[in-house]
Design a binder for this molecule. Structure first.
Ligand SMILES: CC(C)(COP(=O)(O)OP(=O)(O)OC[C@H]1O[C@@H](n2cnc3c(N)ncnc32)[C@H](O)[C@@H]1OP(=O)(O)O)[C@@H](O)C(=O)NCCC(=O)NCCS
Length: 185
């Protein structure tokens, strides 16, 4: 097992890099966090710039995965532009399990960036971090997110029916999982 893990170096792929956020990213992050379409299935509602600045300051400091609940939220950067982010939370140290999530600004969707970024994160999760399982939780109505899970090789593990009050209505939750031995880089 290779925890704790420190997100010190950017992860670089063919078209993009994943790096920790900094205060210079506030406008780019505000671009998607203030977009009702992009936050439709996120747990939060649209955010104003001041709230985004607070959040980015928190994310910038979160770089170490050691205890349950520790997270990193690196920006997805393409040609120097922040286009989205990957959410990655260490859910259980004992069970070597993490949760992954993703977001792209509307102008940057449909280009395979989330797939490329999530693939890089999963490679590190099952490689350097030595994790056993990574899962994603989503609203099953979020077809783009479901498609991404399936593209990554994740299995549909659960579908909870109307188990949470979400933005004023009862909503379902889908869980998609992937084990280290199932991961095909
Ligand atoms: C979920 C989300 C990140 C998916 O983004 P996405 O761009 O559709 O995902 P991918 O990176 O896998 O890209 C796949 C799309 O890019 C296309 N594509 C274009 N060039 C590509 C390339 N070089 N490689 C791979 N795919 C490419 C694919 O054909 C596919 O398009 P399609 O859906 O029309 O078939 C995005 O919809 C989003 O940010 N939604 C709002 C936030 C959200 O709901 N997050 C999830 C909460 S659980």
């Amino acid at each position: 097992m290779s925890l704790p893990f420190s997100f010190d170096e950017p992860l670089v792929t063919e078209r993009l890099s994943l790096r920790l956020m900094n205060e210079g990213d506030v406008d780019a992050v505000h671009d998607w966090m203030s977009d009702p379409e992009v936050v439709r299935y996120q747990l939060y509602d649209v955010r104003d710039r001041a709230t985004v600045a607070e959040k980015v300051a928190e994310y910038a400091l979160a770089s170490r995965l050691e205890s349950n609940g520790d997270y990193v939220q690196p920006a997805i950067v393409v040609d120097g532009e922040v286009v989205g982010a990957i959410y990655f939370t260490l859910s259980s140290v004992d069970d070597l399990t993490a949760e992954i999530g993703w977001v792209l600004g509307r102008a940057h969707q449909g280009k395979g960036y989330a797939f490329e970024a999530a693939s890089a994160m999963l490679s590190v999760a099952f490689g350097e971090m030595g994790l056993h399982r990574v899962y994603a939780e989503l609203d099953p109505r979020n077809a783009a997110s479901v498609a991404l899970c399936l593209r990554l090789g994740m299995r549909r593990e659960a579908h909870f029916v109307e188990h949470m009050m979400f933005k004023g209505e009862w909503a379902d939750t889908g869980i998609y999982g992937l084990l280290a031995r199932e991961w095909k880089p």
